[in-house]
Design a protein around this ligand. Structure first.
Ligand code: HPA
Length: 237
């Protein structure tokens, strides 16, 4: 039962899916970490694979950039493919002073400037929140690995190139980092009665004008990836 965006048949996709923004990262994860990976989607180049990690069936699929894109793919995974858990693995810009290049941020909640929540017709402001099941498992795994990570509020922005340049205002509110997908993912999970989490590596510091090299991103991406995979195993056990 493929959708307009995904060629997979029901059952092709595991209960837990890791979602990088870049589909080539999905390919990298499948080829480097999963045993017997099978590609289930190539529509629009948004590659998706299912394999096993430490004996646990796991899928990995690109989400594309921005909330409209992750909104489509995650909605279909939750509602058409019976996926229970989505762990986004992506990059973020540092916002809080305490966050440095190459650090890992776990998004406990995601503030946003997106209108994504308007579809729910809520008489107030919704607070997109990660699932405790995934958040607590990831925090435990990070502790076991002795990994330095920040856990808290992130900011999901509709704009990468922002004319208003309002990051300093979000910094005053204790926001740790900026990215472009988590809020929509958390809302789709909530509305579907499913679980979501975002684990991010800091690729740049927009307020300080710093960024990592492609090679550094590859290395730090690996430790984030391993944290996400261990989290997936912990919640599937
Ligand atoms: N802004 C938005 N999204 C991002 C950034 C950023 O600076 N860095 C990584 N993802």
């Amino acid at each position: 039962m493929p959708t307009p965006h995904n060629n997979a048949q029901k059952g092709d996709i595991a209960k837990t899916v890791l979602m990088p923004g870049d589909p080539l990262r999905a390919k990298f994860i499948a080829e480097n970490y999963l045993d017997s990976p099978v590609c289930y989607n190539e529509v629009r180049g948004m590659l998706g694979y299912t394999g096993t990690y430490k004996g646990v069936r796991i899928s990995v699929q690109g989400s594309g950039m921005g909330m409209p894109s992750i909104g489509i793919y995650s909605w279909e995974l939750f509602n058409e493919y019976d996926v229970d858990n989505i762990i986004r693995v992506g990059t973020a810009g540092a916002v809080a002073d305490s966050v440095e290049l190459r650090d890992v941020i776990i998004g406990m909640s995601a503030s946003t400037n997106s209108a994504y929540a308007s579809q729910y017709r809520l008489p107030g402001t919704y607070a997109p929140t990660a699932s405790w099941k995934l958040l607590s498992a990831a925090a435990e795994c990070a502790k076991e690995k002795g990994m330095r990570c920040h856990i808290g509020n992130i900011f999901s922005s509709d704009t990468f190139y922002d004319d208003a340049g309002s990051l300093a205002e979000w910094q005053k509110m204790g926001v740790l980092g900026i990215e472009m997908e988590a809020a929509a993912l958390y809302m789709n999970a909530a509305r579907s009665g499913k679980n979501a989490l975002s684990i991010l590596t800091v690729s740049d510091c927009p307020l300080k004008g710093l960024s990592t090299t492609a090679e550094e991103r590859q290395t730090t991406f690996r430790s984030m990836m391993e944290l996400a995979l261990e989290t997936a195993v912990k919640v599937s056990g």
